[in-house]
Write a protein that binds this ligand. Structure first.
Ligand code: 3PG
Length: 308
């Protein structure tokens, strides 16, 4: 019996990416099952019942999904952040979890820079704005996305700084970036902060009121990471205290409507998370996901496993 791969994407991949995933399955002799734009988590729980492998994006692969999947061997999150996967539940059932690091990073970085321009130009209102050239951008967590943000920012002639305790000064300097040794230092010295912290227990509400208050006059925070790494209450207070500060996020906070009402010129949220929503990123991440599945099921290659 052929192996079954379920592609469960509440926010679907571009059609070219879906086509390539299907082609890959045909070549491997696998059956590809699509569950796109589903309205209810229960649809995902039901759809995994007999599948061997699962590809998702930000879809929540919770314990009930894992438990209902009788044949599941591997879950691949086609993307970077895997905070949507219940790793403990997967490990308990011997299910391998992977991500596809780097495959959608440029798309997210381009959106982060686009948001900087959008804020600098007063949300495209015909009022004199500012330029990015010569401004300081601070990259908070220098991973795949941060690296692309730095590359593009240098093209704008911005000064690039980064804070990441897991990256050495030498590595940053060799890429033309000025290392900074604390979040306080980064936030207090940069005109733009581009946030790329993963969501973990340690990073929840990391960007709090104290940190936000340290930002210089006219500064802006750009969040293309996760809403939970910014303290929503602290953000609201600081925006109220500081009419010069701006916040743009690709992941609207729970109090988005209130913030837009109170501070329309200071905040911007995309209607739906779309940093990674480009044809190129979908293709890269989708093909990486199915290729990792075939390599794991056929050869036991667990290179990108995140629940080791
Ligand atoms: C990621 O972690 O890869 C990004 O946040 C993209 O998420 P998405 O696949 O839901 O767009």
């Amino acid at each position: 019996m052929s192996k079954k791969v379920l592609v469960a994407t509440e926010k679907p991949f571009a059609s070219e990416a879906v086509g390539k995933i299907k082609d890959f399955c045909v070549k491997a002799g696998y059956e590809c099952i699509m569950l796109e734009k589903y309205a209810d988590h229960a649809d995902l729980v039901a759809a995994v019942k007999t599948v061997d492998a699962l590809i998702v994006r930000s879809d929540k692969v919770t314990a009930d999904v894992i438990e209902n999947a009788d044949n599941l061997k591997i879950v691949v999150r086609a993307g970077a952040g895997f905070d949507n996967l219940d790793l403990a539940a997967a490990s308990a059932k011997g299910v391998v979890c992977m991500n596809t690091p780097g495959q959608n990073s440029n798309a997210v970085a381009e959106l982060a820079i686009g948001m900087m321009v959008y804020l600098a130009r007063n949300q495209f209102q015909p009022k004199a704005g500012t330029e990015l050239m010569g401004k300081k951008v601070g990259i908070h967590a220098y991973g795949n996305v941060g690296r692309h943000v730095a590359r593009i920012a240098r093209g704008f002639n911005m000064e690039v700084f980064a804070f990441d305790p897991y990256v050495t000064d030498d590595a940053l300097i060799s890429e033309g970036i000025t290392p900074v040794h604390s979040a306080d230092e980064l936030y207090s010295s940069c005109d733009y902060i581009s946030l790329h912290l993963p969501k973990t227990e340690k990073t929840l509400k990391f960007v709090n009121r104290d940190l936000l208050r340290k930002m210089p006059k006219g500064a802006a925070l750009i969040n293309t990471a996760r809403k939970e790494v910014v303290c929503q209450e602290g953000l609201k207070l600081v925006l109220g205290e500081r009419a010069d500060l701006k916040y743009a996020s690709d992941i609207a906070p729970d109090n988005a409507a209130e913030l837009i009402e109170l501070f329309p010129a200071q905040v911007f949220f995309t209607p739906k998370k779309m940093g990674a929503q480009t044809q190129e990123a979908n293709l890269n991440a989708g093909v990486a996901a199915i290729s990792q599945i075939v390599k794991y099921l056929e050869e036991g290659d667990n290179t990108f496993q995140v629940n080791k």
